[in-house]
Write a protein that binds this ligand. Sequence first.
Ligand SMILES: Nc1ncnc2c1ncn2[C@@H]1O[C@H](COP(=O)(O)OP(=O)(O)OP(=O)(O)O)[C@@H](O)[C@H]1O
Ligand SMILES: [Mg+2]
Length: 266
Amino acid sequence: MSEKVIEMTGTILSVKNLSKHFIIKNNVFSQKKIINAVNDISFDILPNESMGLIGESGSGKSTTANLVLRLLEPTRGEIMLFGKNIADINYKEMRILRKDIQIIFQHTFSALDPKMTVDELLKEPLIIHNIVPVQELDKEVDRLLNMVGLPAGEKIKFPQQLSGGQNQRVIIARAIATRPKIIVCDEPVSSLDVSVQGQILNLLIKLKEELNLTYLFISHDLKVVRLMCEKTAVMHEGKIVEIGKSSEVLFNPKHEYTRKLLDAEL
Ligand SMILES: Nc1ncnc2c1ncn2[C@@H]1O[C@H](COP(=O)(O)OP(=O)(O)OP(=O)(O)O)[C@@H](O)[C@H]1O
Ligand SMILES: [Mg+2]
């Protein structure tokens, strides 16, 4: 992706009037029910910015992430990634774009193929996206392990031989392997022990600085968002009810729903 496009548009990700409605069929009476999971939301994320997306369970955070990653098709609205409308790009272009936008999910164990060693898990994205020449794969795996704080000796192990925190480091190494510009983090530490959560968050902060990354950071934990994100959007029933600098939204909220979220934290 050309740096020029980002410079021109000034945004990494720009979402305008985005909606996703799910139609659920009630089996018994075959009545249709529409769920407005995401309902007319707009936001921009600038280069090297982290935007937190908070809100209670079911408010539409993961649906937003899936739309941005084009794992779901929107009902309405526009998603501009690096200045390109993702609705207009074909499968081949999307494959190339996937290198630039990566995701880190919540469920650490199910996110990794248990039959693959750490070495194989890290080589997979490097080979698929042709990141380095074949003769440099081993060196690149060692470099990635070092970046995420795992000893090189761990690469012969399988996911089930590692701790939750170590697995999350492997997931992060896979995400950065393709040298992305933006990483969508959907509750990246919520399945980890509290003691390990801090280590993983510090790793994400370090990588953001070293690799000039941009994050869309989904969390229901306001403490985490305060630490990680300069900007915060608050979702409630599919809508963004408040958006702005974290120092304002999370310390001096204007919207009643945000105040309720902050009160619930105490
Ligand atoms: N594939 C789907 N089909 C039907 N409804 C869905 C689907 N995916 C999500 N929903 C519904 O859309 C709404 C938003 O769900 P979403 O997963 O985006 O919430 P969330 O904010 O990520 O919640 P959590 O904090 O629990 O992860 C919910 O009502 C959910 O039940
Ligand atoms: Mg979710």
